[in-house]
Design a binder for this molecule. Structure first.
Ligand code: PLP
Length: 279
């Protein structure tokens, strides 16, 4: 089965999908996106993703072009056509096509793109061993809560992580941990779970919210306060949350072992609770 794309409501194979060179998404990164995954073939937390998509679009004065029910039916149709065991669904909405100029015409029809690709889960051995991360200065703009397609700082950070042999780049702003380049970052210190608060310095992760709820349900203390880089390095556990990483232990940061260098008990507990939730 080929990867599928849907451009402005028309389905076809991903390799044939095209957009105009004057699309503002291409010219300016003037657009928003979401990544949704399936579990057992069903899109997971679709409502939360579509709510965040609307919030991102509103913040950019970008009309989305579709109501939630229309997105849902496009997603259902894409899944029906692609029929992968599990699918990574990518939605991108740009401001549309116009002669290149920074200010935007208010009456542009947005460009809507959905792609459907096979999702291959992270290898169990990687998950069991945990991953390495490196810290990198967070040079992103002041609205990291908007899931915009302007990802250059994230791209450079993740590339640096890759070149350092690490899985993720943990971003540091003013000495404090904000999030990862593609994930939220959670630490365990003195038996409590701590992660950066929602606001304009992080993306409000769909997975983050669910994992914090799972932790609270377990009676674990949770605080939504920034953690310093020093506290990150001396944390007893660090883990990442995100649609594709789920709950993923970090066992080394900047070459220093976290805890005993293996996934810790709280990360393992929350990972198990996550697995139960999606089973
Ligand atoms: N933070 C950033 C910068 C991300 O790109 C992502 C996911 O793409 C996340 C956090 C995690 O968000 P979610 O759990 O909604 O996938």
């Amino acid at each position: 089965m080929p990867d599928i794309a849907c451009v402005n409501g028309r389905f076809g194979s991903l390799s044939d999908a095209v957009i105009n060179v004057e699309d503002r998404g291409f010219q300016f990164g003037d657009g928003v996106y979401e990544v949704i995954r399936t579990y057992r073939g069903q899109p997971f937390s679709i409502k939360a993703h579509l709510t965040r998509l609307e919030r991102s679009a509103q913040a950019l004065q970008l009309p989305l072009g579709h109501e939630p029910a229309q997105w849902t039916s496009l997603i259902d149709e894409g899944l029906r056509l692609s029929r992968f065991p599990e699918t990574k669904i990518y939605l991108q909405i740009t401001r549309g096509q116009a002669p290149r100029d920074h200010p935007f015409p208010l009456d542009l029809a947005p460009t809507t793109i959905l792609t459907f690709r096979e999702l291959r889960p992270l290898e169990a051995s990687v998950r069991d061993a945990g991953v390495k991360a490196v810290t990198i200065e967070d040079i992103r703009w002041g609205r990291c809560d908007i899931k915009s397609v302007n990802l250059l700082a994230n791209v450079l950070a993740r590339q640096r992580a890759k070149e350092a042999g690490a899985f993720e780049a943990i971003l540091i702003r003013g000495g404090m941990v904000t999030e990862g380049s593609v994930s939220n970052v959670v630490v365990v210190r003195n038996g409590a779970i701590q992660t950066a608060p929602e606001g304009n310095k992080i993306l409000s992760g769909v997975t983050r919210a669910i994992v914090l709820e799972l932790a609270r349900n377990e009676g674990l203390p949770v605080s939504e306060d920034f953690v310093s880089r020093e506290d990150l390095l001396t944390a007893s556990e660090v883990f990442l949350t995100g649609t594709t990483v789920e709950v993923l232990s970090v066992v080394e940061v900047d070459g220093r072992a976290i805890g005993d260098g293996r996934p810790g008990p709280m990360s393992r507990l929350l990972s198990a609770r996550w697995s139960a939730l999606i089973a």
